[in-house]
Design a protein around this ligand. Sequence first.
Ligand SMILES: NC(=O)c1ccc[n+]([C@@H]2O[C@H](COP(=O)([O-])OP(=O)(O)OC[C@H]3O[C@@H](n4cnc5c(N)ncnc54)[C@H](OP(=O)(O)O)[C@@H]3O)[C@@H](O)[C@H]2O)c1
Length: 282
Amino acid sequence: MSKTKVWIIGAKGRLGSTISDALDRMAYNVLTSDMDVDITDMDSVTAFMDMSHPAVVINCAGYNTHNWLEEDMVKAFRVNAIGARNVASASRKVGAKLIHMSTDDVFDGRGNEPLNEFDTATPDTIFGKSKLAGENFVRELNPKHLIVRSSWVYAKEGSCFVNSVIRQAKEGGVIQVAAEQYSSPTSAKVLADFVMKMIDANEYGIYHASCEGCCSRVEAAEEILRCMGQDPTGRIEEISAEAGKNSPRRTDLQNLMMKVTGIYQMPEWKDAMRDYIQELRG
Ligand SMILES: NC(=O)c1ccc[n+]([C@@H]2O[C@H](COP(=O)([O-])OP(=O)(O)OC[C@H]3O[C@@H](n4cnc5c(N)ncnc54)[C@H](OP(=O)(O)O)[C@@H]3O)[C@@H](O)[C@H]2O)c1
């Protein structure tokens, strides 16, 4: 029996590399690309798609920015919106299912409740707006799509909130953390397991896929210290919002579609965090 051909885009990033490392080569024919197939270039995407004819495309490419500069805005929309448009259009042409990665930042974070797939996304950042524009292109251009939103993703490779706290914890001293930001730290490994499950699932639409439970960045940092065998008392300093940076927000995602379909159960964020740090400590 021929293997399902899966193309992972953004395969050198945190999530893309985690999926690539975990995908069973006995079951899947795995193709990977990163900047060598620039998704902002329609001709490159179409050429690769026409040549390789994948059955499933997983788009993990993205550009994250917290700036409001015009050049960042242009880059964010180029990669997150136009890139997604190109991948969606080319994948539809070859009949491929598209699994497109998105973010809790499509929500403005002003509410007080967990956000589910049926809540209206009203982003308030350039990053969030560009990711929502990408989602909309995906929905319009390839009906065989899955949009997977997650939050505060961490992995061994690359910089992220969790790795930054771990590094500072090793150095000792006080760790500065943004105050009043709430969401769910999510292990790339756990997220990759869900994405891999969706390759063969007969499921479409938007799925939230964050670890279960909500915490503040302060609580996350305290838990990281505890997992490292350190006492968090007096080790965390909360920093307040200033000039549009570190603004208070709550964007924890409720995995409602997973519960409605019964297809998957994400672990609690503390359990996934403990496993991650244990693995790092070898
Ligand atoms: N990290 C999070 O907390 C988080 C949370 C929710 C959702 N997500 C979403 O999940 C996806 C994967 O996130 P991640 O954390 O794995 O991101 P990442 O580590 O930044 O990886 C993205 C990869 O895409 C590549 N890339 C950038 N522009 C490209 C282009 N034009 N063509 C082809 N490849 C390009 C990047 O290359 P360079 O490094 O050379 O730029 C990088 O290797 C993204 O869509 C992100 O928005 C992430």
